[in-house]
Design a protein around this ligand. Structure first.
Ligand code: MAN
Length: 548
């Protein structure tokens, strides 16, 4: 037998088929063919180097190598791999256990060579479909790439516009600063006479009010004096003070003579003049008028037994109850036998007066009917300014308004410049293309939440069923040219501050296509945009004839 015939027989015997390009054992890819080259070798080295076996043991349906490399075309090794060439489509490696298992795994049907099942070779159709898909991807990429070119130009115009705007604002700001100085001067100029006129008017009003108040107090002092002067002798004395429990300094329920005297500035009695000039000022805020119609258990003051003159003398001990009516005139007759009973009466009256005066008696002010109060409130209102003052106020108001408007504009300009500067200082990626995404927001809704991305600003989440929005993070940085980080979002209970990573890929439009939470409160968004369609990310079109 010639050498050639010997080789052909060898191939047939050992399951080695002749490929149009390179001959190799069944289930071996072209790239691996050299490792299975027989040449003059009589042995095959397992690919993991673990053993050497006679060459004829290749694909003999018995597993010799630990890595299964001696049985690429049979199902003998559980860990073996079978290579389908799938000409016209993409090659594929399948587990060798699937070889001849009655299921078509390769589109060229090469895994079912024993014929347990008839496999239709549909690699060409699949290849056509794949090519169409890849063409479409390429087309979309091209479209995205063109859009991106437009965005770059747009971003550049946008940036230039913003730079120009900053310059304009700075010029306006300088002008306004000048104007503000002038307006401040005018304001100060107008406010001087305004203040002077207002002060004059208010001072005159104050004087008028004070005089009226003085008069009012005088009237009240007169009234109180007349009320207090129960016996109408032209004096208010210690015993006329005693029934007024509001003068009980130590809050023991009775007004002692000493307490009464203290209120009378250490006098036993005072006339009206002294009362109105010295006493009333100190007591008017606590003084309460006795209710005249209140039924009173009046008990005459205990008296010392009548002296030689027959005139009753009040005891030393002050009696809180005895002066609700005028003191008996000198010479009034009192029955001595009633003294003991009087003590009891005094006690019960004391209780009555203590509670009724401290809790129920209206204050002096409340004794005035509402119309009197209204009248006095009306009186307390300052009269309108005169016409001249009104004109000065109007002029000052105008000057203030002009100044405040200019001042507000100046502050607004500062704000606008800050916003524009922050806009310009942001990194919008290669060629600034991503700048067009700023000031826009994109949403994606899953089963539970609607997620929102406002590029270079914020990321958030809100429940579909309603409820408040949760801040997932504010613009942070580019992690790489296709990944953005938004961080320092709302704190997660017992966890980190929320944050999001945005994975950006090329697409025909700007769209948030997915949002998920790989780990609690750490989110990931998928975002497609033409901004990412730069040349480097063009889809790799698979060589359909390439083998793995
Ligand atoms: C909210 C959402 C969730 C998050 C939990 C954490 O329900 O923000 O995404 O996992 O809070 O408690």
């Amino acid at each position: 037998m010639g050498e050639y015939m010997y080789f052909v027989c060898f191939l047939l015997v050992f399951g080695v088929r002749v490929n149009a390009e390179i001959e190799r054992p069944r289930g071996v890819s072209i790239s691996m063919a050299s490792k299975y080259e027989p040449n003059n070798k009589q042995t095959f080295q397992c690919l993991d180097g673990s053993a050497q076996i006679p060459y004829e043991h290749l694909n003999d349906d018995y597993c010799d190598c630990a890595d299964g490399s001696d049985e690429p075309g049979t199902s003998a090794c559980t860990n073996g791999r079978f290579h389908c060439t799938n000409a016209g489509y993409t090659p594929k490696n399948i587990q060798s256990s699937r070889v001849n298992d009655g299921v078509c795994d390769c589109c060229d049907g090469s895994d079912e060579y024993e014929g347990k099942i008839e496999c239709v070779n549909n690699c060409k159709e699949l290849g056509k479909k794949l090519r169409e898909e890849q063409d479409e991807k390429r087309r979309l990429h091209e479209e995205g790439f063109k859009k991106r070119e437009g965005f770059i130009a747009e971003a550049s115009t946008l940036m230039e516009g913003k730079k120009l705007k900053i310059k304009e604002l700075e010029t306006e700001k300088a002008e306004i600063q000048e104007k503000l100085k002038e307006l401040e001067g005018k304001k100060t100029e107008a406010e001087g006479p305004e203040k002077e006129a207002k002060d004059k008017h208010e001072q005159a009003w104050k004087e008028q009010k004070d005089a009226r108040e003085k008069e009012r107090q005088a009237g009240k002092a007169r009234e109180a004096f007349d009320d207090l002067d129960l016996n109408k002798d032209g004096f208010v004395d210690v015993f006329e003070i005693i029934p007024h429990l509001e003068f009980d300094i130590d809050s023991n329920g009775i007004v002692s003579e000493e307490e009464a005297k203290e209120h009378l500035e250490d006098h036993e009695k005072v006339d009206y003049e002294e009362f109105s000039s010295k006493i009333w000022g100190n007591i008017h805020s606590i003084y309460k008028k006795l209710v005249p119609d209140e039924p009173q258990q009046v008990t005459p003051p205990p008296v010392e037994p009548q002296g030689d003159t027959g005139v009753p003398v009040p005891t030393e001990e002050p009696q809180a109850t005895r002066h609700l009516t005028p003191l008996p005139d000198e010479g009034d007759d009192f029955d001595d036998e009633d003294d003991e009973d009087d003590d009891d009466d005094e006690k019960s009256l004391l209780e009555t007066t203590t509670s009724s005066y401290s809790e129920e008696l209206p204050s002096g002010e409340d004794l005035f009917p509402p119309e009197v109060k209204e009248e006095s409130a009306e009186e307390d209102k300052m009269p309108e300014y005169d016409e001249e003052t009104k004109a000065l106020i109007a002029a000052a108001d105008e000057a203030r308004k002009n100044y405040e408007e200019a001042d507000k504009r100046s502050r607004d300009i500062d704000g606008e410049i800050t916003t524009l500067t922050s806009y310009l200082n942001t990194d919008y990626g290669k060629d600034q293309a991503y700048a067009v995404l700023r000031d826009n927001c994109y949403e994606y809704t899953d089963r539970e939440y609607t997620y929102k991305l406002c590029p270079f600003s914020t990321a958030s989440q809100r429940p579909k069923s309603g409820g408040h929005e949760t801040n997932l993070g504010r613009w942070g940085r580019w992690e790489n040219d296709k990944t953005q980080v938004y961080d320092h979002g709302q704190n997660c209970w017992n966890g980190p501050d929320r944050s999001v990573k945005i994975h950006i890929t090329c697409g025909p439009d700007h769209q948030l296509t997915n949002a998920y939470e790989p780990s609690r409160c750490e989110y990931a968004f998928d975002f497609i945009t033409p901004c990412a369609c730069d040349q480097h990310s063009q889809p790799q079109v698979k060589n359909l004839h390439e083998e793995l």
